[in-house]
Design a binder for this molecule. Structure first.
Ligand code: DON
Length: 306
């Protein structure tokens, strides 16, 4: 790409294209509180190493970050436990849906990776050990607020309660892992903490700002070391979109992490932290238009890592 001044027209064009897109995917309804969100919405924010943040669409409208929170809890857990975390969770793509239980049965209750639900529950369980849910959620919010340089980041209690009331599948995963000795805290406590971390609400602008440490922005090593950032990006590329990770890598060519709220955080190492939001999801539970928008951005800028 040429000068950075070329970037805003690209974002404007993608925003206009997404407003017209006929196939917007399906809004998640297994967490009833998420089903109220309109599929017409779209936002994109791109933060650059020099501190500029460009946007298009509803970049200041809050949405539920859901599984994108797993990137931040992983960073916190690696900071607290280091490589010891990898005795409890693997680093391989699962090739199955985000909430699948089947591999736990044959793999001793060790989840394939920290981004599927089972793996994220282990990560949350690890940072919860010896502390209260309030302390852990306080740490997650502090991390996000510092990373985003924005204190206005909160948990949506109605979304957390809605997931809690319908969280049978996550409770099943947690109980299954407890049966294998891979959960330290009571399943209800770990799940309750996890539901609240998923219910954190952020805008696309805040999310792109919070992702700057993953692109290696100046000063980012203060939050997470460069060696760890490289590894988190590797996991985002291989596992960040569940059984859609190969497709995302093929189409977009960037590490990314999706959430069922319709958000995606994608990282162009050394170049940009990108957040998109559009609530309609594809078959794998990843934002339909979010993926398309980042694909077009990566093509227009040449930001693919390949
Ligand atoms: O545990 C769940 O099912 C949700 N709180 C998060 C799942 C999610 O975001 C999957 N992502 N696409």
């Amino acid at each position: 790409m040429g000068a950075l001044s070329d970037l805003q027209p690209i974002l404007d064009r993608i925003g206009a294209e997404m407003a017209e897109a006929p196939d917007r995917g399906r809004v998640a309804d297994y967490i009833p509180e998420l089903a109220h969100v309109s599929d017409r919405q779209f936002a994109m924010a791109v933060c650059l190493p020099d501190g500029q943040c460009l946007t298009s669409g509803a970049a200041d409208t809050g949405f539920s970050i859901q599984s994108i929170s797993k990137v931040f809890t992983l960073a916190i857990a690696l900071g607290r436990l280091g490589d010891q975390l990898w005795t409890r969770v693997g680093r391989e793509p699962s090739g199955l849906s985000f909430n699948s239980v089947v591999q736990l049965e044959t793999e001793n209750g060790i989840p394939r990776n920290p981004f599927i639900n089972a793996g994220a529950l282990v990560v949350t369980d690890a940072i919860l050990t010896g502390r209260t849910p309030r302390e852990v959620l306080g740490e997650v919010l502090r991390f996000l607020r510092e990373a985003a340089s924005d204190d206005d980041i909160h948990i949506n209690k109605a979304v957390a309660a809605s997931e809690q009331a319908h969280g049978h599948r996550n409770l099943a995963l947690a109980h299954f892992m407890a049966a294998h000795g891979n959960l330290v805290n009571p399943p209800a406590l770990t799940c309750g903490t996890y539901f609240h971390q998923c219910a954190i609400e952020m805008t696309a602008r805040q999310l792109a700002m919070a992702g700057r440490f993953l692109m290696g922005a100046p000063g980012a090593a203060r939050l997470v070391s460069p060696a760890r950032v490289r590894r988190i990006n590797a996991l985002m590329l291989t596992c960040g979109h569940y059984d859609g990770s190969g497709e995302f890598a093929y189409r977009v060519g960037l590490p990314g992490k999706s959430g069922v709220g319709g958000g995606i955080l994608a990282i162009a190492p050394g170049r940009a932290s990108i957040a998109v939001w559009s609530p309609g999801l594809n078959e794998q539970g990843n934002s339909q238009l979010g993926t398309l928008a980042i694909e077009r951005l990566a093509r227009a800028t040449g930001w693919s890592v390949f």
